[in-house]
Design a protein around this ligand. Structure first.
Ligand SMILES: [Zn+2]
Length: 213
């Protein structure tokens, strides 16, 4: 099963990715994780990527494409893979197609977790994180017993600086602008599987599994 996972920030992509790779016994390939790991290890690739990221720029396509190419030719990808964080643009999507064609492979499905902007904003601005132990809460969906205090360690609960309405809106707008053409690209190829991301984690996963049968 060769899959791509798309969805705006805060759509619950990570949770679904973990469940999908477990179910289908395929590796979860997150380009963000690979880049961060390389930066941490100080590899040549990591150094190159860091230069761009430090300047607040996107890592260029050829660099990301070469990482993905290298990764999907690995032995553990024989049964397939789940790509997360790549492709982001139509250019990257086309590059991925070229690589797969060269390997006589093709994508099976592109899972698109769709969540309305208002829902994403509500999720993000209600999120609270314990200053001490990192436990996460939500003032509406998963509140702590005592307001502003961690159930586990009694630490103070804080809101992340970038979880304000304005920054969340900005993040989503950037995502939509960048990814909409990519969704259209996969739509034309008949690969898109749209999933309603406002449902529960279990319901979303069941919907994905059913569609992949
Ligand atoms: Zn805590």
């Amino acid at each position: 099963m060769r899959l791509v996972l798309l969805g705006p920030p805060g759509a619950g992509k990570g949770t679904q990715a973990s469940a999908i790779v477990k179910k289908y016994n395929i590796p979860h390939i997150s380009t963000g994780d690979i880049l961060r790991a390389n930066i941490k290890k100080g590899t040549e690739l990591g150094k190159k990527a860091k230069e761009y990221m430090d300047k607040g720029l996107l890592v260029p396509d050829d660099l990301v494409v070469s990482i993905v190419k290298d990764r999907i030719t690995g032995d553990d990808c024989k049964n397939g893979f789940l790509l997360d964080g790549f492709p982001r643009t139509v250019n990257q999507g086309e590059a991925l197609d070229r690589e797969l064609t060269q390997m006589s492979l093709k994508l099976d499905r592109v899972i698109n977790i769709d969540v309305e902007k208002e829902v994403l904003i509500e999720r993000a601005i209600g999120r609270r994180i314990c200053k001490n132990c990192g436990a996460t809460y939500h003032i509406k969906f998963n509140p702590s017993k005592e307001e502003g205090v961690c159930d586990i360690c009694k630490g103070e609960l804080l809101q992340r600086n970038d979880d304000t309405k304005e920054t969340v809106e900005k993040r989503i707008e950037v995502y939509i602008k960048q990814t909409k053409p990519l969704i259209d690209y996969y739509m034309e190829k008949g690969l898109i599987l749209n999933v309603d991301g406002s449902k529960s984690i279990d319901a979303i996963f069941k919907e994905i599994v059913k569609a992949l049968q």
